[in-house]
Design a protein around this ligand. Structure first.
Ligand code: CP
Length: 319
């Protein structure tokens, strides 16, 4: 693996999941792997879980993690080719990224989409420019369109929770929110579920919220949430803004919020959410505080997902 930007960078999904689960069983099994090496974690946007789990994961491998809130504390970066920098941007990524490539062995970056310009966001210009100019492996800590570390942790959570021989039914269910959110988590979860192929995967959302079909090939898609939830083993709850009417909030129908009543149609489904969650908007207290909820376990698994990915990248670079 050269970079970790999406599931398409992963050579063997079950092997990566197994590696994450092995680290969960024995966090310090490779405690010297990253000795003398550094990971730079650049945040252009806020984070709790991604930031801390990546630091813990790095530390478990003996790697030093240096976090830089570049969005709040760094020079304003320019990403435009040929830009005449007479505005607010101060430093071009062409100049900054190679320097980071000298300081670090791995670079990890969080950068959210604008939700204003779909073509620009879906070009993944920010993270791809770091890949182009840094010259070292890059990990996405959530980009304009994807959140692969979250999805790997989600897959770890599903595989360790489901003990039956048959395939689980996994439902990605759109939820209401007070403001438009990126499609990253939903895109990424769908992409990983489809690439993994180990589940009967269903996506349910109101009209106008279809995801880019690049990420959903192989999924069953329905506007009927009740039908989708029937016999579900896992319900992954997430809001996203419209891809079609890009970045718009089209639906405020609170009946899309998952409740214990809705879960009665499932096979006693376990409920997932990447967090942070708006309680009683996206997900009801009664669900989050019930035995259905996997959200804490899921967030805990962010450490093992990050550790598996960092480990893969370090091992790929060993002579
Ligand atoms: N799920 C997730 O990425 O959480 P943070 O935004 O807190 O990192």
């Amino acid at each position: 693996m050269k970079h970790f930007l999406s599931v398409t960078d992963v050579i063997d999904i079950p092997a990566l999941v197994a590696k994450a689960r092995a680290y969960k069983n024995d966090p310090f099994r490779d405690k010297s792997l990253g000795s003398g090496k550094r990971i730079g974690c650049l945040f252009l946007n806020p984070s709790l879980r991604t930031r801390l789990s990546t630091q813990v994961a790095a530390q478990n491998l003996g790697l030093e993690a240096i976090v830089f809130n570049v969005g709040a504390e760094g020079w304003a970066l320019e990403f435009g080719d040929g830009a005449i920098m007479n505005g607010t941007t101060v430093e071009h990524v062409k100049d900054a990224a190679p320097i980071l490539g000298l300081y670090f062995d791995i670079l990890a970056i969080r950068t959210f989409p604008s939700l204003k310009d779909r073509e620009e966001d879906y070009s993944e210009r920010y993270i791809s420019q770091f890949v182009k100019y840094a010259g070292i492996p890059v990990i996405s800590l959530e980009s304009a369109t994807l959140h692969p570390l979250q999805s790997l942790a989600d897959l770890v959570t599903i595989t360790e929770t489901f003990a039956e021989i048959r395939k689980p039914k996994v439902v990605l269910s759109w939820a209401p929110h007070v403001k438009p959110l990126p499609q990253c988590v939903a895109n990424s979860f769908a992409e990983w579920m489809c690439a993994w192929g180990g589940a009967d995967f269903v996506i349910t959302h109101p009209e106008g919220y279809a995801l880019n079909e690049r990420f959903t090939r192989g999924a069953t898609i329905t506007h009927n949430q009740d039908a989708a939830l029937t016999d579900a083993d896992f319900v992954y709850v997430k809001n996203w803004s419209s891809y079609e009417q890009y970045g718009q909030l089209l639906c405020d129908d609170q009946s899309w919020m998952l409740t214990l009543g809705k879960l009665k149609a499932t096979r006693n489904a376990r409920v997932m959410h990447c967090l942070p969650v708006r309680r009683n908007v996206e997900l009801s207290d009664e669900v989050l505080d019930s035995a259905h909820s996997l959200v804490t376990q899921e967030a805990g698994n962010r450490v093992w997902a990050a550790q598996a990915v960092i480990s893969e990248l370090l091992q790929s670079r060993q002579p």
